[in-house]
Design a protein around this ligand. Structure first.
Ligand SMILES: *Cc1c(COP(=O)(O)O)cnc(C)c1O
Length: 357
């Protein structure tokens, strides 16, 4: 008899629906517009020749590069294996399984809820308001019982929306000494005036997540940052794995965070924002498009007539988008990552053809 010991798996893991990452969903694409990656890559070389030693746990030079970029001090920065690791570490550090809860505000990034489920921590979902995409402060306030962490994605993935600063400040006031507020700023470089980083000094329970995967075009190296007050960073340092960042990763990340690297990033952001505005302008003229949501990031959420057919036909032509139809408030919506100009052009041509069939 074959016994693969599946019955030993924890119940919440046996029942878990894993994250549907773009890579997991797959596709046979030539134009990848489904993971909010940057379409253009810089090229890097490394002078490091030997790898027999473990890296530093928190590479000092990398930490100072990022704290310099974010205008913080070194003890306010933790470097992690992507922002995703930061999401997980916070739940591990603050939430007792089977007892505490987190709040997240769908439709949003799925990894907050998935990490909580893996760790057997309850998820309270308080949806944002339809179409204005504002957070439901009253409902959050009513549901703060047992909640340790509140995850807010800003700009929000997949809506592309920004939460007004005064709403975030009201949330911070409401949760003072009760819960931590985590602002996921994975896309903040596309809308940098909306960062909450300057508020870290006023609110000890504010935490910010950042990544090099999006505007810095380095999704392949898996490097992210958690920004918070020194006490919280110290707690996270107690539980992070001993060597989370490989020698090569910190070398490349440091290069991306030099003055030259940051300048390149800013140029890339300008270009992508221009492509986005061009794409939106063209989409507005297409009859299959029902609604285009205002975007402050490197993707745009679009409600279509016949979204399924569009998704499928584009998929067959190697243009891979992200279907959001299953999410609350997002019926018939597709999320389109902003590609290079030629990719945006191809996309528009193909959608035009479909709208004539
Ligand atoms: C892409 C993304 C992340 C993950 O960033 P990594 O650094 O690649 O792990 C986190 N949050 C949001 C909202 C994202 O879209």
């Amino acid at each position: 008899m074959k016994d693969n010991l599946i019955h030993l798996v924890r119940e919440n893991i046996a029942n878990l629906q894993p994250y549907q990452s773009a890579r997991r969903i797959g596709g046979n694409g030539s134009i990848w517009l489904n993971a909010n990656e940057c379409p253009i890559s810089s090229s890097f070389t490394t002078n490091i020749k030997s790898f027999n030693r473990y890296p530093e746990s928190q590479p000092k030079n990398l930490i100072s590069s990022y704290s310099n970029y974010a205008c913080l001090s070194n003890d306010q920065v933790l470097v992690t294996r992507g922002a995703d690791e930061g999401i997980e570490l916070l739940i591990k550090a603050f939430c007792n399984p089977g007892k505490d809860a987190i709040i997240c505000c769908p439709p949003t990034y799925d990894m907050y809820a998935i990490n909580a489920s893996i760790l057997n921590v309850e998820v309270k979902e308080i949806p944002i308001f339809k179409d204005t995409w504002k957070i439901d402060l009253k409902n959050i306030q009513r549901n703060l019982d047992r909640v340790k962490l509140i995850y807010i994605c800003n700009p929000n993935n997949p809506t592309g929306s920004i939460i007004p600063k005064k709403d975030i400040i009201n949330l911070l006031k409401m949760t003072f000494k009760r819960a931590l507020v985590i602002i996921d700023e994975a896309y903040i470089e596309f809308s940098s005036k909306d960062s909450m980083v300057n508020f870290l000094k006023c609110y000890p329970h504010l935490i910010i997540l950042r990544t090099l995967s999006k505007a810095f075009a380095l999704a392949g190296i898996r490097c992210g940052f958690t920004l918070a007050n020194k006490g919280i960073i110290n707690v996270l340092n107690k539980i992070i794995s001993p060597y989370p960042i490989s020698t090569i990763v910190s070398d490349i990340a440091e290069q991306a965070l030099t003055e030259k690297g940051i300048k390149e990033m800013k140029n890339r952001v300008l270009k992508i924002n221009l492509n986005r505005d061009w794409l939106i302008c063209k989409l507005e003229k297409i009859s299959l498009v029902k609604k285009i949501f205002n975007s402050h990031a490197n993707y745009v959420l679009v409600r279509f007539y016949m979204h399924k057919k569009i998704f499928q036909k584009l998929w067959e032509k190697g243009i891979i988008l992200r279907n959001q139809d299953h999410k609350i408030h997002l019926k018939k919506c597709l999320r389109i990552s902003i590609g290079s100009y030629s990719e945006c052009l191809r996309l528009i041509e193909e959608i035009k053809i479909l709208s004539h069939i």
